[in-house]
Ligand binder design. Structure first.
Ligand SMILES: [Zn+2]
Ligand SMILES: [Zn+2]
Length: 319
């Protein structure tokens, strides 16, 4: 296997990417989000998410077969069902708190045409304060950002990707479409991490990929898909395009602050896979540099420092 193929394997097999096979897509993320605020009936999911019956049935079946949700009768006749999160499903609560926080900070205001509006506020009942979820290293209890995490020594993917020269092919990244068919007002966290290629591009960027050719080679992605996803990520301000060469024109795609703020969410999804899908290939170990320990992620209440669980959070919903 070439070095590049190994990188591809690494990224595609990372727990972050494997998480997607379970959570599936944006519909699944929306179902989980609704389940976390207590919805459990088919018709409620349908109404709040605006999803077709057939799609909802398929997604619920998939979640049941992955042991993320269970279906049980709630009436005596046994012909009315509700869908509840299993312990494994509840294990995703921490990620969903981070997703909520990201969406509150970076998502576009709900315009009525998007799926059910987010709760405006989360209350941590154990301490009586608004919940500001804080992602920390379980070992040293300190918060972390992308700069604090590295691969084990001698295994520095970031440097190698950064040094790689783009080779001969005269590929050009076309200018931003300025929107195109995609209605940007509807881009939510679920669109970004619920799309396989978009998530893989983000992961590659977290590992240091910047140039078109680095993304193309690490992910082995078709050029039309790559161009479309890069343009989308630039349009939604997760990447910014920067020219590093004028003749011929060459651009790099750099994570913006908004893009970097997706890092803890992706890391917490990775933690869920490590905790709940132990049979999976665990991918490269990541090290939390300040404490030197393998990175294990926890989400705490920013006020009291305790770990919130689904029963200790109240939601304040918009009208
Ligand atoms: Zn640490
Ligand atoms: Zn608290």
């Amino acid at each position: 296997m070439t070095v590049m193929q190994q990188y591809t394997q690494r990224i595609v097999n990372t727990p972050m990417a494997r998480g997607l096979d379970v959570i599936g897509d944006r519909w699944t993320l929306l179902i989980l989000r609704d389940a976390f605020v207590g919805r459990c009936r088919f018709e409620d999911f349908r109404r709040y998410i605006g999803i077709s019956k057939a799609t909802l049935s398929r997604r619920l079946e998939a979640l049941i077969s992955e042991d993320v949700m269970v279906k049980r009768a709630y009436n005596k006749a046994g012909n009315r069902y509700e869908y509840k999160l299993t312990a494994k499903g509840q294990g995703m609560f921490a990620s969903s708190l981070l997703a909520w926080q990201w969406e509150s900070e970076w998502g576009t205001a709900s315009d009525g045409s998007s799926p059910a509006p987010l709760p405006q506020q989360l209350l941590h009942r154990d301490c009586g304060h608004d919940l500001a979820p804080l992602v920390v290293c379980q070992y040293c209890q300190q918060g972390f950002s992308i700069e604090d995490v590295r691969l084990p020594a001698g295994d520095n993917m970031v440097d190698q990707l950064g040094d790689m020269q783009s080779v001969g092919q005269q590929r050009r990244v076309r200018a931003s479409s300025g929107g195109g068919e995609q209605d940007l007002s509807l881009v939510h966290i679920s669109d970004l991490i619920g799309d396989r290629w978009t998530l893989l591009l983000l992961i590659a960027a977290f590992f240091g990929a910047k140039r078109y050719d680095s993304f193309a080679k690490t992910l082995n992605i078709a050029s039309n898909i790559l161009t479309a996803r890069l343009n989308l990520l630039v349009d939604v301000e997760v990447f910014e395009r920067s020219d590093y060469q004028l003749n011929p024109p060459r651009s790099e795609y750099l994570l913006t602050t908004k893009g970097r703020s997706l890092y803890p969410i992706v890391m917490s999804l990775r933690q869920w896979v490590i905790d709940w899908l132990p049979e999976e290939e665990q991918g490269a170990e990541l090290i939390h540099q300040p404490c030197g320990q393998p990175l294990k992620v926890a989400v705490h209440c920013g006020h009291c420092g305790e770990k919130p669980n689904i029963k200790s959070i109240s939601f304040v919903s918009p009208q």
